[in-house]
Design a protein around this ligand. Sequence first.
Ligand code: PDD
Length: 274
Amino acid sequence: NIVYLNGEFLPADEAKVSVFDRGFLFGDSVYEVIPFYQGVGFRLQAHLERLNHSLRAVRIKNEGNWNEILDTLVWKNGGGNLSVYLQVTRGNAGKRSHAYDDSLEPTVFACCTPIKDVWGEGAESVVPLKAIVTEDLRWHRCDIKSTCLLPNILVLQQAKDEGVQEALFSRNDKLTEGSACNLFLVKRGVLYTPKRSSEILGGITRELVLELADKHAIQFQEVDIDYEQLLSADEVWVSSSTRGVVPVVEVDGQVIGDGHPGPIWQKMFEFFAA
Ligand code: PDD
């Protein structure tokens, strides 16, 4: 398992970061998760543009040659199907102090883990999810892919404690997204998803779902979704780079539609796989 750290490719257990790194002390850092299939990045440029957006938004210096770093990392790990994690922290300040100095050198870390090709294995192999809805306690810049993920981690654990696999965030009775995924619902053949704003992460997979809907003449709307609309939907899905589009068949103990993955989801899965 070879990782990348600050200009070097080295075995994971030899990669060391300072205890004074601001990523460690403050979560002062941003990240991306990018799937590579057969060694090729999935919507790589869109991921890198989002990374640039996150870096700019939190004013961390952006000097990485990301394409080259990731290609080399994937190659050194044997290519194939890999999920690549890339994290950039504001750097090691040598002390703990909230205020930072603009001259800090960012810490850049990347690693990868094997994944299965979610599209290659067929819709039958997709396991539908059950979810709970929880209050969205995050800040108001969810468009930044920050590593400050405590709210996301805690709600996912709450879901697990309640015997389900996903947690959906709701803010002021508007569903925003899942703990690490975007949200879709289908009602009478129309696809709905919360509109892009600073309250959600602009998912790369979300964008692709909308492109495919457009291409295949599935009507869609980017709108506010409330709890009632969620529960009375014919279909609910979540989307992310690592999982693709996955049906949600139960929310807060209530069955969605007929309790099985729906026909529009099935179509969307096939469009993705094509
Ligand atoms: N998370 N919303 C949130 C809060 C996310 O963390 C993610 C992805 C998404 C989906 O975005 P995309 O389609 O670009 O993966 C939406 C990654 C996978 C993670 O944190 O591991």
